[in-house]
Design a protein around this ligand. Structure first.
Ligand code: C2E
Ligand code: CA
Ligand code: CA
Ligand code: CA
Length: 282
């Protein structure tokens, strides 16, 4: 703020005002996004390396606002979390993802395909979530094994007791749990064997550095996570795989699943259905 003296200071205040106006405008628009039908999901395939099958798709929220244009999740998800709007939005995501998967199954997609959805802290901590998940599965005629929930380490650690209760409820239902952005959060790993977790998703930050000749640390972290996951009986997904060299590294080191632009960008539901049917046809 000090840069440029008085003029810089004025500009700083103007930028702050613009930021807080944009924020208020986005929040107001987000409140009406569901009823205005402005939300949709993109689906990103996850490739199982052992057999080349698409094992899952991750549902990623998209918002095309009539007033503000298309807004990135990294901008609107935090606003939704701060305002509590993530609760109704999360219910919408759960329902939309289940509806899409049920439609794909009717269209001939392999019934072993899972859909994975991202769950925020506020959603997880509400006591209603396990019931809402069970109801959505029932409504769309899906088995619990078709659904995976992605939670970050911080969500699990900040509210360990309550998060443990919820995770056990999901295990009893038969829904799987993935730890998202693994490696970026807490150093304590003790929760991995205390909680009913099925999958670790190694953060893209580590995958970026593997298979590059001058970066051995990320490669070491990645192979260590894979080895640890194997010992704990967990499945490992590598996020953000962007090159053939990264994929080859993961294959050599027996990573279970790869996700990233090299395999596919997130796709609209109809394009993803075509991708899945093509992949199945071989
Ligand atoms: P995330 O869960 O870690 O999702 C992965 C992000 O990386 C997605 O960004 C995806 O499009 C992007 N990505 C995937 N492969 C690659 C790659 O090879 N290279 C690069 N550069 N990026 C890749 P997106 O869709 O913008 O979502 C950002 C974040 O927003 C997500 O990160 C997640 O934390 C949050 N989010 C998205 N949808 C939802 C939702 O329905 N609910 C909640 N609570 N959060 C969501
Ligand atoms: Ca995720
Ligand atoms: Ca992630
Ligand atoms: Ca992330």
């Amino acid at each position: 703020a000090k840069r440029g003296g008085k003029r810089g200071h004025v500009r700083y205040l103007q930028e702050m005002e613009t930021d807080s106006r944009r924020r208020a405008g986005l929040i107001a628009a987000l409140r009406r996004a569901i009823e205005r039908d402005e939300l949709h999901l993109a689906y990103q395939p996850e490739l199982r390396l052992a057999d080349g099958r698409i094992a899952a798709v991750e549902a990623l929220l998209r918002w095309d606002s009539a007033e503000h244009g298309s807004i990135a999740p990294d901008e609107f998800i935090p606003l939704a979390e701060e305002t509590g709007l993530i609760v109704p939005i999360g219910e919408w995501v759960l329902d939309a993802a289940c509806r899409t998967l049920a439609g794909w199954r009717r269209a001939g997609v392999d019934p072993r395909l899972k859909v994975s959805i991202n769950v925020s802290a506020l959603q997880l901590l509400r006591s209603e979530l396990p019931d809402a998940v069970a109801a959505a599965l029932r409504r769309h005629g899906l088995p619990a094994s078709a659904l995976e929930l992605e939670l970050t380490e911080s969500v699990l650690m900040d509210n360990a007791a309550l998060a443990g209760d919820r995770l056990r409820a999901f295990r009893d239902l038969g829904v799987s749990i993935a730890v998202d952005d693994f490696g970026t959060g807490y150093s304590s790993l003790s929760y991995l064997h205390r909680l009913p977790i099925n999958t670790l998703k190694i953060d893209k930050a580590f995958i970026d550095g593997i298979a590059s000749p001058d970066d051995h640390e990320d490669a070491t972290i990645t192979t260590t996570v894979i080895a640890m996951a194997r010992t704990l009986g967990l499945q490992v997904v590598a996020e953000g795989v962007e090159t053939a060299a990264q994929l080859a590294f993961l294959q050599r080191n027996a990573c279970d699943i790869a996700q990233g632009y090299w395999i596919s960008r997130p796709l609209a539901a109809d394009a993803c259905l075509r991708f899945l049917l093509d992949a199945q046809a071989g």
